[in-house]
Write a protein that binds this ligand. Structure first.
Ligand code: NAD
Ligand code: UGA
Length: 431
């Protein structure tokens, strides 16, 4: 069968939209990226990548000249077979619902400029159940289908996940144009799950909340391990070997963060209430995850209290909410830093491989930043690892000389046998 190129227009060129655009371009389709952030679009046109994502450079420089970048929905969708919406859906702080204003702004504009070529509008943004119904009402065009195709990529692994997803979920109430989606993904030989639109919307939230609950559970067990002198890494290994449980998402730590788990669990709990279901597990995960970050800050402060110095220098390794990204949205590291800064006797100097600039947008000059790990460590009274960058595992602490050799490893990254002479604190096991 001859390969048929599909014209795709993606609205929203962020952590989802950009990797998705590069992926579809690599698969041979014609891609247009639309974003109302003019600076971002100018950067992209000029070959500057506005986000950090592992492996993005190579693919970007291969593909970006084939992609059209524009700020205009009118121009951007003029030739589209499929329009993909990938704008943000953050928490509305007043209502605790997902803020759909970005999405509906885009939809209302799409409606004005839609033409006969377009067959499908695909929601990739994570949206509460029944949002597809609302989009359909606004678009009000019987020639076009609104489908839900939730995105499951992980930041830091976005390209890997694009080309090799566990599954592709297609939520469509009408199947007449699904042949276009099949063509779009023809080269990706992965399972496709077809369902109705509302179920697809729910699959996304149920998956994220399940993972958040799983992390929350292992973190609670880690606390128990600390009180009974057991080892959380062994417990996780022991339960993870059971294929019904699975060995992923069992790393105990400082709580989950990021632009998705916190906001999606919140939105889900809220729409659960709206539909008269009290999602208690989800609600507990939200509360416990916030508490955990406060407790970790207190734990660090208790360790610090042993140090006999007027001013304490805290060296933070890791600002991003996880490794391989520059994203600091809802980063536990940032939340812990904010709690520590409430103590007047604390100065913080922080390192991250990619997230210093994004962290600065949140913390400004409340802390100092350094690209030099050795500097951070040698000037610290206590060193706190708060992001799981693999590279931190390779630090040879025996060659470094901090004033009070104390490490708090919030991600259980280090091997305590290589830390002779250090006081080592970690999560859910003896340091
Ligand atoms: P993002 O903030 O990085 O990107 C969103 C982009 O949309 C921004 O560049 C913004 O300028 C643009 N935008 C907003 N309104 C617009 C409009 N009306 N017209 C054109 N552009 C507009 O967000 P993200 O992290 O890429 O997330 C996008 C969606 O995908 C969210 O719903 C999120 O929950 C979901 N999601 C994210 C991830 C992830 O790993 N980040 C994974 C799966 C799903
Ligand atoms: C998560 C999901 O994994 C993706 O499938 C989903 O598409 C995405 O949310 C989304 O909807 O945006 P992401 O937030 O990029 O992806 O990162 P994860 O790898 O899931 O990590 C989230 C948080 O959990 C991080 O703070 C990480 O440190 C923490 N985590 C993860 C743990 O504490 N322990 C673990 O075992 C795994």
């Amino acid at each position: 069968m001859l390969f048929q190129k599909i014209n795709i227009s993606i609205i929203g060129t962020g952590y989802v939209g950009l990797p998705t655009a590069l992926g579809f371009s690599k698969l041979g389709h014609n891609v247009t990226c639309i974003d109302n952030n003019n600076i971002k679009i100018q950067e992209l046109k000029n070959g500057i990548i506005p986000i950090y994502e592992k492996g993005i450079n190579t693919l970007f420089f291969k593909e970006y000249k084939k992609i059209t970048f524009t700020t205009s929905i009118k121009d951007g969708i003029s030739n589209a077979d499929i329009i993909i919406i990938a704008v943000g859906t953050p928490t509305n702080k007043k209502t605790n619902e997902a803020d759909l204003s970005y999405l509906f702004n885009a939809v209302n504009e799409i409606k004005i400029y839609l033409n006969k070529r377009t067959k499908l509008i695909v929601t990739k943004s994570t949206v509460p159940v029944k949002t597809g119904d609302k989009i359909e009402k606004i678009i009000n065009n019987s020639n076009i289908d609104i489908i839900s195709m939730p995105e499951f990529l992980r930041e830091g692994f976005a390209l890997e996940d694009f080309f090799n997803p566990d599954r592709i979920v297609i939520g469509a109430n009408n199947k007449r144009y699904l042949y276009l989606i099949k063509k779009l993904y023809r080269k990706i030989k992965r399972p496709i799950i077809y369902t109705d639109r509302t179920s697809a919307e729910l699959i996304k939230y149920t998956a994220n909340a399940f993972l958040a609950i799983k992390i929350n559970y292992i973190n609670e067990i880690a606390d128990l391990c600390e009180n009974i002198n057991a080892n959380i890494d062994d417990v996780a290994k022991g339960i993870g070997a059971d294929s019904r449980i699975g060995n992923k998402f069992l790393k105990a730590g400082i709580g989950y963060g990021g632009s998705c788990f916190p906001k999606d669990t919140q939105a889900m709990a809220t729409f659960g209430n709206k539909y008269n279901v009290n999602l208690t597990l989800v609600k507990d995960a939200i509360i416990n995850n916030k508490k955990r970050q406060k407790n970790i800050a207190n734990k660090i402060y208790n360790i610090i209290s042993q140090i006999n110095e007027k001013q304490i220098n805290v060296g933070i390794l890791g600002l991003a909410f996880k490794n391989n990204t520059d994203d600091c949205r809802e980063s536990p590291s940032i939340n812990i830093i904010k709690s520590l800064l409430k103590h007047k006797n604390i100065n913080i100097i922080a390192h991250d491989y990619k997230a210093i600039n994004t962290a600065k947008q949140i913390l400004n000059n409340k802390i100092s930043y350094s690209n030099n790990i050795e500097d951070v460590i040698n000037n610290a009274d206590i060193i706190c690892i708060l992001t799981e960058w693999e590279e931190y595992k390779k630090i040879d602490f025996s060659l470094l000389y901090p004033r009070h050799k104390i490490i708090f490893d919030g991600k259980n990254l280090l091997d305590k046998n290589k830390l002779k002479g250090y006081q080592y604190y970690c999560i859910g096991k003896r340091g």
